[in-house]
Design a protein around this ligand. Structure first.
Ligand code: T3D
Length: 276
């Protein structure tokens, strides 16, 4: 808490949505950068609104075909700003905040119509770790780390952590990470399959951008459906997963991109995908 000498809680310094989140386009790739480096890009109410708005805008913009989420300075994101009295002070209703602010963000990331890559440039803790893990592909710098920081402040993993962790690394590791709150290095995270790749710090953004550029040229709608079908299949038996694949494949097969992909293959030319 940022209490003053008189014990009163000082108001958070004024910040604007534009200052807390940077947005830049590189061709069809939009890069969103969490930008509160002095507080390790932890979430205030303003940054919540900024990220949610930016995700809605990217989802609605047909020129955006892949998204990269990263952080400025030495952190990716340290989760909730524990100095924000409205969000973490004694009177804060944390359940309500998680329901109203964190849950929609986690859902929005998971349901973007384009592939979402987390370029984890430094420590990712609490909600910051789970927002990263909710992205489609996670690339981390070698100096980055992942911390389920919740147990240290007597909370449970949120932002999908209880759902994501066991699915990514199994129950034993999920419980170990969540209960201990231990820092997991990027290298170890890649080794156990929590993330896609760990690269040298200097190569992080080039690697993430090359991957995003490649995905941006692929059929966006089929990529989004791939994520959806894999998430759905986790809850299904084999028969149902096969039926779900046939149903989704039927719809994709009737759409423009599948025709374009097949015609381009036969004509030995590069395809031009446009479905979203
Ligand atoms: O409303 C709700 O609460 C519901 C939402 C819950 C979702 C959550 O995310 S709960 C989890 C909240 N996050 C944490 O508990 C993580 C707290 N931070 C840390 O444990 C450590 O900072 C790190 C392990 C992430 C990094 O450690 P280190 O040693 O590299 O850095 P540091 O010195 O601790 O932090 C550097 C500065 O960032 C420092 O400020 P100062 O002293 O330089 O002015 C520190 O206070 C600030 N900072 C780091 N994390 C947060 C933060 N300030 C506010 N909130 C933070 N989460």
């Amino acid at each position: 808490m940022n209490g003053g000498p008189d014990g009163k809680v000082a108001p958070m310094p004024a910040e604007s949505p534009e200052s807390t989140l940077l947005s830049a386009n590189h061709g069809a790739v939009r890069v969103l950068t969490l930008n509160r480096p002095a507080a390790l890009n932890s979430f205030t109410g303003v940054m919540h609104v900024a990220l949610r708005t930016a995700l809605e805008e990217a989802a609605a913009d047909a020129s955006v075909r892949a998204l990269v989420l990263t952080g400025s300075g030495r952190a990716f994101c340290a989760g909730q700003d524990l100095n924000d009295p409205a969000m973490a002070g004694p009177g804060a209703d944390i359940g309500d905040i998680v329901e109203r602010l964190y849950k929609p963000l986690a859902l929005r990331i998971r349901s973007m119509p384009v592939p979402v890559i987390a370029a984890v440039n430094g420590v990712a803790a609490g909600a910051g770790a789970n927002f990263a893990l909710g992205c489609d592909i996670v690339v981390a710098a070698r100096s980055a780390s992942f911390i389920q920081a919740f147990s240290k402040i007597a909370l449970i993993p949120d932002c999908g952590g209880t759902w994501l962790l066991p699915r990514l690394v199994g129950r034993a590791r999920a419980i170990g990470l969540a209960m201990s709150g231990d820092r997991l290095s990027a290298e170890e995270a890649a080794r156990i399959g929590l993330i896609w790749q760990c690269v040298d710090d200097a190569a992080l953004m080039d690697t993430a951008m090359a991957l995003a550029t490649k995905l941006a040229a692929l059929p966006t709608k089929a990529l989004a459906d791939t994520r959806l079908a894999i998430d759905e299949a986790i809850e299904m038996d084999f028969d149902d997963a096969l039926a779900n694949e046939a149903r989704r494949q039927g719809a994709l097969g009737r759409a423009h991109d599948a025709r374009e992909g097949m015609e381009a293959f036969v004509a030995k030319r590069a395809p031009k995908f446009s479905d979203r």
